[in-house]
Ligand binder design. Structure first.
Ligand SMILES: CCCCCCCCCC/C=C\CCCCCCC/C=C/C(=O)SCCNC(=O)CCNC(=O)[C@H](O)C(C)(C)COP(=O)(O)OP(=O)(O)OC[C@H]1O[C@@H](n2cnc3c(N)ncnc32)[C@H](O)[C@@H]1OP(=O)(O)O
Ligand SMILES: Cc1cc2nc3c(=O)[nH]c(=O)nc-3n(C[C@H](O)[C@H](O)[C@H](O)COP(=O)(O)OP(=O)(O)OC[C@H]3O[C@@H](n4cnc5c(N)ncnc54)[C@H](O)[C@@H]3O)c2cc1C
Length: 593
């Protein structure tokens, strides 16, 4: 913190980049404080509350986290059981964990780090429940960091990854906080206990939308780091004879290795641009919301949910492909890839479990489809839903951007229509609305993935057509954009072909194009990963080192293994030698018998 002040880092982006450089492979125990706790105080507190608490948060006099999930509920926020009951006599809220399942469970840094939490709890006043709201709760003594009386707090134990974060549990026993500790920007409880409801109950969910937007960038960061490691290693690693009797080939010269890695390289660039596009949309709509204009809130929610789920799913699958493309060394922590995977794969779950998030977007698409069928105007990003599905592709040998975007629009429009028609058919069969919905959710998930895929392809194409880029760079980026789009079609051909949108010749063109693009990109592959400019310190990888001295690094890494501190390990004296001695004694006995 002090170092950031010394260096003059003012913007949150610069501070986040510094934090990541300072702690490259472990998530910071203050990450939730900076990324969720302080921004939520700023966005969900009244101006007075923000003026009081935000400076304390930014100066780390108050260290906090976001405590919403419970043992029994994470996804279903309306089902949370922690209560906050207003006591007009004392002007306090009484926080309580009434059941075992209501114990707060998972909140990051609750176990040992923070002294405050933003707690999501069911608000009760004048005997009535008004749903979930956020409360600022001091959980540890500011003098000696001991747990406040009335609270039970602890660590939840080892996890798959996220080791830098002390995820904890927290139980409230009639724990009192001042009335003014309820974040009251949108909803209020007056001194007499009267409840003033917000313009939209989902404004309380704003912190999650913000983090989902951040996570899209995380998907880019983690996938691109794994791609850097795998591509650089593939340039250094020589294995087997490509030409009989010739020297061993760089594994990057095998077409299969290129087919594994180059589409992931293209995806990394596509996700970077998508994350930037998502952030711009978030900045615009969230500022509208803060000014009271909630019109585009549903569109923001739907896009943030969909992209968070789509990008983290694809990134995690891609990171695994990068690991496996490095052979045995990829499985070692020396590669740096297992840690990348372990830290990001949780993002498919936290901040909204991906399936649930996709279904939120699907719900929005379903409503938009109906509006489109009625001829109502649709937001620009959704207008493709009214695409004429009788039109066939005009794709030619050049695989133009226009024909590729048209293909993705057609695929998504067709799949949304199929899911919506199933939902409508279910209703006509007499199913209740919720059953008609549930019995169409599998096609809706597929349609929503197609919707997100379209957003990313269209965004990539739009940026290439709008930004002023030097011709050489534009040419290489166009190759990456075309590879991302053509590979996505080839890998999902059934969804593009189901209604005969492409003819057989066009399918052949696409299959030829994806292989030709691998050859086009091969000469620039290392330069394209170097362009991310990740320092070795950040990658923490013997395989992805900029200098390519992989074997020297692996040898030094291995020698530093703690197991090598002694030649003979204690297990020899404690277990192996006694076992061998026992065996030899029994052998002597059997020999005598
Ligand atoms: C740990 C340190 C790491 C480093 C951090 C550094 C920070 C620096 C910057 C950040 C950098 C990177 C980011 C990484 C951060 C890592 C953080 C990891 C910590 C994780 C934290 C958490 O997990 S917090 C808990 C998250 N929990 C959830 O997300 C729960 C998911 N569930 C929900 O959101 C809701 O239950 C759900 C939306 C599913 C349903 O809500 P419900 O109230 O039931 O509403 P519905 O009935 O479904 O719908 C009713 C209508 O409301 C609309 N709606 C719902 N939600 C919203 C919303 N958010 N906004 C707008 N509208 C919404 C919905 O669409 C319906 O509308 P309709 O018109 O009626 O259809
Ligand atoms: C690394 C990590 C860090 C975390 N940090 C925090 C934190 O700091 N603060 C915090 O409050 N929480 C945190 N969490 C908790 C996290 O937010 C929840 O785990 C997440 O929201 C998922 O909810 P759940 O665990 O209830 O999953 P569940 O919803 O129980 O998921 C189980 C299965 O049910 C399915 N499912 C659930 N609802 C539906 C539905 N309506 N339709 C179809 N399928 C459904 C899901 O798709 C999933 O397959 C963290 C979790 C992890 C893994």
């Amino acid at each position: 913190m002090d170092r950031m002040e010394e260096l003059g880092f003012r913007s949150e982006t610069d501070r986040q980049i510094f934090r990541e450089a300072a702690a490259p492979v472990e998530l910071s125990p203050f990450g939730l404080h900076s990324g969720m706790f302080v921004p939520t105080l700023e966005r969900q507190g009244t101006p007075e509350q923000s003026r009081k608490w935000v400076p304390l948060g930014k100066s780390f006099k108050m260290i906090g986290t976001y405590a919403q999930t419970e043992l029994g509920h994470g996804t279903f926020i309306r089902g949370l059981e922690t209560t906050a009951t207003f006591d007009p006599e004392t002007q306090e809220f009484i926080l309580d964990s009434p059941t075992l399942s209501s114990i707060k469970y998972w909140p990051g840094n609750v176990a040992k780090t923070v002294n405050h939490c933003l707690v999501m709890a069911q608000l009760y006043t004048q005997g009535k429940c008004h749903g979930t709201h956020l409360f600022l709760v001091q959980v540890r003594n500011m003098e000696d960091h001991t747990i406040m009386p009335g609270l039970e707090i602890g660590d939840i134990g080892p996890k798959l990854g996220f080791d830098g974060v002390d995820n904890g549990f927290m139980r409230f026993n009639k724990y009192r906080i001042p009335r003014m500790n309820m974040l009251m920007r949108y909803a209020k409880v007056l001194e007499n206990g009267d409840y003033i409801k917000p313009k939209n109950a989902k404004l309380t969910y704003g912190a999650m939308v913000m983090i989902r937007v951040f996570i899209v960038m995380d998907a880019f960061k983690t996938l691109s780091r794994a791609a850097v490691i795998a591509v650089r290693y593939s340039a250094v690693r020589r294995q087997s004879e490509l030409r009989p009797g010739g020297e061993e080939a760089q594994v990057m010269d095998y077409q299969t290795q290129q087919y594994k890695l180059f589409p992931l390289l293209a995806t990394s660039y596509a996700f970077l641009l998508a994350a930037e596009g998502m952030s711009q949309i978030y900045a615009k709509i969230s500022s509208d919301i803060e000014r009271g204009n909630l019109e585009d809130m549903p569109q923001l929610h739907a896009l943030a949910c969909g992209l968070k789920a789509f990008c983290t799913w694809v990134a995690c699958e891609g990171i695994e492909v990068c690991r496996m493309s490095c052979g045995g060394h990829g499985y070692s922590h020396a590669s740096g890839i297992p840690k990348i995977y372990a830290n990001i794969v949780g993002a498919c779950t936290y901040e909204g479990e991906n399936t649930v998030m996709m279904l939120q977007t699907a719900r929005y698409l379903s409503k938009c489809y109906i509006r489109g069928q009625r001829g109502e105007s649709l937001p620009e990003l959704i207008q493709y839903l009214t695409t004429d599905l009788n039109v066939k592709s005009t794709l030619g040998e050049d695989c133009s951007f226009e024909s590729l975007v048209a293909a993705y629009s057609h695929r998504a429009a067709r799949m949304v229509a199929v899911a919506c028609k199933l939902q409508q058919t279910n209703k006509k069969k007499g199913m209740a609305g919720h059953d008609a919905w549930n019995k169409s959710t599998v096609p809706f998930i597929a349609a929503t993935k197609a919707h997100c895929h379209l957003f990313i392809v269209r965004n990539f194409v739009t940026i290439l057509s709008q930004k002023k880029i030097d011709p050489a760079t534009h040419n290489v980026l166009s190759q990456l954009c075309t590879l991302y789009a053509v590979y996505g079609i080839v890998e999902n051909m059934g969804e593009f072909m189901q209604d005969g949108y492409f003819n057989q010749d066009q399918v052949s063109i696409l299959n030829r194009k994806v292989l030709a693009l691998l050859e086009d990109i091969r000469p620039n592959a290392v330069a394209l990963v170097d362009a991310f400019d990740y320092p070795d310190h950040l990658l923490q990888s013997c395989l992805g080192r900029y200098d390519g001295q992989v074997y020297e690094a692996l040898y030094e890494y291995s020698k530093s293994s703690p197991l090598n501190n002694t030649d003979i390990h204690s297990s020899y004296y404690n277990y192996i030698r006694p076992m061998m001695q026992k065996r030899s004694e029994s052998k002597n006995i059997s020999a005598k018998l």
